[in-house]
Design a protein around this ligand. Structure first.
Ligand SMILES: [Mg+2]
Length: 302
C-alpha cells in the first residue's frame, strides 16, 4: 500500500470528480481506551466514503497519512493498516499512496476522490414541499460510545450493535447512489448530529422545515440502554444531537418518497419521512431548529 512512485497516477474517466478530505485525531475523534488501531483505520476511510455517499457518489481513490506517537508500538500501526485494508476492500477504495509522520497524538488523515453516475446531489437543492427523509436510525453511535464508557459490552445484542456502529460506521454508499438516481433534491450525511446537519442542509437551500421529533427513527439499542443504565441520556436527545451515525439525510419530491422507501427497503435500508420543506422557519416540533451551537463542534471538543 505504501510503496510506489512519488505520486499516484489515476485515471479520470468522467468530467466531474468528487474530492474530499477528513482527518480523525486521538482524544478528539476516538479514544484508544475503546477503539483498536484497526477500528481507527477503518473509521478514517469510512467517514470519507460517507461524504462521497452524501453526494450520491462512490469512493474511488484515497491517499492516507498517519501521524504516530513516538511511544507507540509498531503493532498499533500494523493494526491501523489492517483496518484501512478492511475498509478499502469492503468499500472498494483503491488506497494509492500515503505517508507516515511523527506526532504528539495518533491521527489518520485521508484525502479521497469519488465519482457519480449522474449529477452529484448537493446541499442546495431542497425545494418547498419536498419530503425530508433519513435512512436507517439515529443515535446509535452516541449510544455505543456511552455504552463503551459504562463498560457494558457483550451483554445485549442491540447495545453491541450500537458499539459496532460507533467503532466501525458503515457509509451508505449504495443507498446514496440509488437516492441520486431517484432524484433526491439535496443530501448530507449525518456526521455532526441530525439537528445540526438538517440546519446546514436547509440553510444551504435557503428553505425552512417542519419536522416532528416523534417521527425521528431512533436506534433500537437506545431503549435497551435506557433500561439498563439509570443515567443514560434520553434516546431522542441522542438521536437529535449524538452525531456520527453516517446516515443520509435527504430531501425528495413528496410523490417519490414511497418509491425511495421501497427501493432502499429492497437493499435492507429503512427510509423514514420526518418532515417537510417549508418556505418559512426551521422548526423542530414547537422549537426553532438551532444552528451551529448544537451538536458536535470540531473546534470546541465534546
Ligand atoms: Mg459530510
Amino acid at each position: 500500500m505504501w510503496v510506489g512512485d512519488d505520486a499516484a497516477v489515476i485515471r479520470v474517466a468522467r468530467d466531474k470528480m468528487l474530492f474530499a478530505t477528513d482527518a480523525i485525531v486521538e482524544n478528539v475523534d476516538f479514544d484508544l481506551a475503546y477503539a483498536s488501531g484497526a477500528d481507527i483505520g477503518y473509521r478514517a476511510l469510512a467517514v470519507n466514503a460517507s461524504d462521497m455517499a452524501a453526494m450520491g457518489g462512490f469512493p474511488f481513490h484515497a491517499v492516507v497519512t498517519v501521524g504516530l506517537r513516538p511511544d507507540m508500538e509498531l503493532a498499533t500501526f500494523a493494526s491501523v493498516l489492517d483496518g484501512l485494508a478492511d475498509a478499502a476492500t469492503e468499500m472498494r477504495i483503491a488506497v494509492v499512496g500515503g505517508d507516515i509522520s511523527r506526532a504528539s497524538e495518533l491521527w489518520v488523515s485521508v484525502a479521497m476522490t469519488g465519482a457519480t453516475d449522474g449529477d452529484p446531489v448537493l446541499r442546495t437543492g431542497a425545494r418547498v414541499g419536498d419530503a425530508i427523509c433519513v435512512t436507517g436510525s439515529l443515535g446509535g453511535s452516541a449510544g455505543g460510545l456511552f455504552a463503551l464508557q459504562k463498560e457494558i459490552r457483550g451483554r445485549d445484542h442491540a447495545i453491541d450493535e450500537m458499539i459496532r456502529r460507533h467503532l466501525r460506521p458503515r457509509p451508505r454508499i449504495k443507498e446514496g447512489l440509488r437516492l441520486a438516481s431517484l432524484g433526491a433534491t439535496s443530501m448530507i450525511d449525518v456526521s455532526d448530529g441530525f439537528a445540526l446537519d438538517l440546519w446546514r442542509l436547509l440553510t444551504a437551500s435557503q428553505v425552512g422545515c417542519i419536522v416532528e421529533p416523534a417521527t425521528i427513527p431512533r436506534d433500537p439499542g437506545l431503549e435497551e440502554l435506557e433500561m439498563m443504565v439509570a443515567d443514560s441520556p434520553a434516546p431522542l436527545d441522542l438521536a437529535l444531537a449524538g452525531g456520527e451515525d453516517f446516515e443520509l439525510l435527504f430531501t425528495i419530491h413528496r410523490d417519490r418518497y414511497q418509491e425511495a422507501k421501497m427501493i432502499l427497503g429492497e437493499i435492507g435500508c429503512p427510509v423514514t419521512a420526518v418532515g417537510e420543506v417549508t418556505p418559512g422557519e426551521k422548526r423542530l416540533g414547537d422549537t426553532p431548529l438551532q444552528g451551529e451551537d448544537q451538536g458536535w463542534d470540531h473546534l470546541r471538543g465534546r
